[in-house]
Ligand binder design. Structure first.
Ligand SMILES: Cc1cc2nc3c(=O)[nH]c(=O)nc-3n(C[C@H](O)[C@H](O)[C@H](O)COP(=O)(O)O)c2cc1C
Length: 369
């Protein structure tokens, strides 16, 4: 087959051993929220969506999945804290496994990127802070999202949230996932602790870099103890400024985290490129993830604005072990094959990224003939 013929010269199509997982290529499905899990329950149409994007020995990361009933901030995002949700994930995971894929679940808490309508009893969302988030333009570029001012978590409540992540990880394994990716990126709860433009605490979870990283690292430790380091990855975006979550020294933050993660021996670190400073926009910038890549002992996955050529270069220059593709994989279910053949790509349609339709913009992107 032509797909295999090209592999000798295309680093993206070379095999890679990630812990106990034998990957047949380096093209990873990035976590992509699709808002088609009605009432936070994964739906049967996700079976087709994920299985379309599965290759034998390919790594897929599932969309951000809520760890508890306080974790949501968007309509129809899936969860993994109830029995019903765990059962609903099973046929989706089975379909990926039936085609030989390796499937990780991204476990998530939005923190203050929420409003009271998503919260139990209409309460305020929780965060590291009580600083409100100013209204943000939604990713469709038209609508404006409003947020309820958050409630600052008390010091003694933080172990409860750590426990939610632990239980979600256990549930993900129960659902059949091969592992979990802790969502520590994009301005959500873990970043609201890590980043000094948000975190204004004065307890042991605020102030110094060490203190700001304490909660995310407690989550890592709890999840590692629950499911084993060989099943745990994390996503970080030290340079991103989504949802007003910037940091005054992103490189120091990224380096501190990877060095701390090394102590737990987790499987992978998945970092978002500095050029993805704002949602959906790629900006040229002088920063690079190379210092973090060099410091981290496990598998290093990069994401953010990659195309085929760029991905080939990142692997060839050893700047990454794997490259995660978001929008191109969303629109091209057979992306690894297209990269192998250097075939043209379907364009993605932003208007259908987050609509609840079970087919349109979801499972109807065409495959190569
Ligand atoms: C529709 C859509 C949904 C996304 N959902 C998530 C998500 O659930 N979790 C996450 O960490 N990133 C999410 N992202 C970010 C992507 O994983 C990826 O980092 C981003 O799209 C940049 O990569 P790309 O240039 O290959 O698209 C999302 C992006 C898009 C376009």
């Amino acid at each position: 087959m032509a797909a295999l013929d090209s592999s000798a010269i295309n680093p993206l199509l070379t095999p890679y051993k990630m812990g106990k997982f034998n990957l047949s290529h380096r093209v990873v499905l990035a976590p992509l929220t699709r808002q088609r899990s009605y009432n936070n329950v994964p739906q049967p149409h996700a079976v087709l969506y994920y299985s379309q994007r599965t290759t034998r020995g390919g790594l897929l990361i599932a969309e951000a999945t809520g760890v508890s009933d306080t974790a949501q901030g968007y309509p129809h995002t899936p969860g993994i804290w109830t029995k019903e949700q765990v059962e609903a994930w099973k046929p989706i995971v089975d379909a990926v496994h039936a085609k030989g894929g390796i499937f990780f679940c991204q476990i998530w808490h939005v923190g203050r990127v929420s409003d009271s309508s998503y919260q139990p009893n209409g309460e305020a969302p929780i965060s590291s802070t009580d600083k409100p988030l100013t209204p943000q333009i939604r990713s469709n570029g038209i609508d404006v999202a409003q947020f309820t001012p958050p409630r600052r978590l008390k010091t003694e409540e933080i172990p409860l949230i750590v426990n939610d992540f632990r239980l979600a990880a256990r549930n993900a394994i129960e659902a059949g996932f091969d592992g979990v990716e802790i969502h520590g990126a994009h301005g959500y709860l873990l970043e609201q602790f890590m980043k000094d433009k948000v975190n204004d605490r004065t307890d042991k979870y605020g102030g110094s870099l060490e203190n700001r990283c304490r909660f995310p690292l407690e989550v890592v430790e709890a999840v590692v103890n629950e499911v084993g380091a060989e099943r745990v990855g994390i996503r970080l975006s030290p340079y991103a400024e989504y949802a007003e979550s910037g940091d005054s020294n992103p490189e120091a933050l990224g380096l501190y985290m990877v060095n701390a993660l090394n102590k737990y021996g987790i499987l992978y670190c998945h970092m978002v490129e500095p050029r993805m400073k704002t949602v959906g926009e790629k900006v040229e910038c002088p920063h690079s993830l190379v210092p973090m890549r060099k410091a981290f002992n496990g598998t290093f996955i990069v994401a953010g604005g990659y195309d085929r050529e760029d991905g080939i270069k990142a692997i060839a220059e050893h700047r990454a072990d794997l490259v995660a593709y978001g929008r191109w994989f969303l629109a091209n279910p057979d992306l690894p094959k297209r990269f192998a053949l250097n075939a043209p790509l379907n364009k993605y349609n932003r208007q259908t990224f987050y609509i609840p339709d079970p087919v349109i913009g979801y499972t109807d992107y065409p495959f190569l003939e």
